[in-house]
Design a protein around this ligand. Structure first.
Ligand code: PLP
Length: 357
């Protein structure tokens, strides 16, 4: 395994400046002092692992990622507990998914130990940047892109890996109404829906703006072929709670991103009297269930917002209110439980936390 060694010349932000930044860190307003970086070439494989100063990197404008979109990313968080210790949440899951996304995009996977070393050392070296205010955290954004100057279409022969770190605000998600677009889809059979690649996001902006124009916070994505199966919500996974005690989410089918928050909620469901069920979820079944009261709650989940309550569904022909139109009880319990594990106030029964400082 290669280690990410710190460049000793990286300028350090003085403690008083960090304290001032942490008063209102926003989401991506401030970056920690170091970023991880490594480069891949066919001759040398992954090399030049280092923690260098966060800042611009010189790149040729003809680079492959800008021309043909070979880019993948991850998102994970480090949390400070009341005793001052700092922990990463399930980073090995992000490392494995990053490798799977790379495979799909014909990029050389960053070895899992290298990924884990990059995020661990980045946090270790920038512990002062990990907020201690309630519900704030340090967000990590590992990403990789084809960095060869390349105008002919083929897989790049050079890749650059970077991981950025930034303190982030507590994210108290507004209850969401979801828009079912009659026009757009996020992914298709044989496509890249289960890879975390930048292009998926570029392609989804138009539907997201359509949702906003409809007074909805996010999109509810249906399958592109038949528009009859529920897939995801915006950049989050989608789940429902049923009156007979199930937590149902669409089964991973190649078009759905395998969220780590999704997996975590399915795992802790039993502690809340819920049976976790992964199966195809029909859109007609969803609508009928909301109308009849068989479906009592709906929620969306992902690393940034953790759990967002879903209180309504809107299509061009109908508008449905989930439950009584306010965040559901199980939704609130699941969110409190998962954030409790992350911040060290609930027991970590599954070994999800990795101490870094
Ligand atoms: C990242 C992402 C998610 C959520 O994954 P987490 O690992 O829970 O953060 C869900 N759907 C899409 C499309 C995503 O890109």
């Amino acid at each position: 395994m290669a280690t990410f060694a710190a460049d000793p010349s990286v300028p350090r932000t003085p403690a008083d400046k960090i304290t001032a930044a942490l008063v209102d860190p926003g989401f991506g307003r401030y970056f920690v002092d170091h970023m991880a970086r490594a480069v891949w070439t066919p001759e040398a494989g992954w090399h030049d692992h280092a923690l260098v100063a966060t800042g611009p990197i010189p790149l040729h404008p003809g680079l492959a990622a800008l021309q043909y979109g070979q880019e993948i990313f991850e998102g994970l968080k480090a949390f400070r507990h009341a005793d001052g210790s700092v922990w990463l949440f399930r980073p090995e899951m992000n490392a494995a998914r990053f490798a799977r996304s790379a495979e799909r995009m014909q990029m050389p996977p960053l070895p899992i130990p290298d990924f884990l070393d990059s995020v661990t050392r980045l946090v270790e070296l920038n512990l002062d940047w990990v907020p201690s205010a309630p519900d704030q955290s340090l967000y990590l954004r590992p990403f990789m892109f084809g960095s060869e100057t390349l105008i002919g279409v083929r897989a790049s022969n050079e890749y650059t890996y970077v991981c950025l770190g930034m303190p982030v605000m507590p994210f108290y998600p507004d209850p969401l109404k979801l828009w079912v677009s009659p026009h757009y889809a996020r992914s298709m059979v044989g496509g890249t829906g289960d890879a975390k690649c930048g292009g998926n996001y570029g392609a989804s902006m138009i539907a997201e703006n359509e949702a906003h124009a409809q007074g909805c916070g996010q999109v509810l994505w249906l399958d592109s072929a038949t528009r009859s199966w529920v897939e995801e919500s915006g950049t989050m996974n989608f789940l429902v709670v049923t009156a007979d005690g199930e937590l149902v989410t669409p089964a991973l089918n190649g078009q759905i991103l395998a969220g780590i928050t999704r997996d975590s909620l399915l795992t802790i469901a039993a502690a809340h009297g819920l049976r976790a069920v992964e199966r195809p979820l029909g859109f007609a079944e969803l609508c009928a269930g909301i109308e009849s009261g068989v479906i009592t709650e709906a929620l969306a989940c992902g690393t940034a917002a953790v759990v967002s309550p879903v209180i309504g569904i809107k299509t061009p022909d109908l508008e449905l209110v989930v439950g009584d139109g306010t965040p559901g009880t199980k939704t609130r319990e699941l969110r409190a439980h998962l954030t409790g594990i992350q911040f060290g106030t609930e027991p970590d029964l599954h070994g999800w936390l990795h101490r870094v400082g």
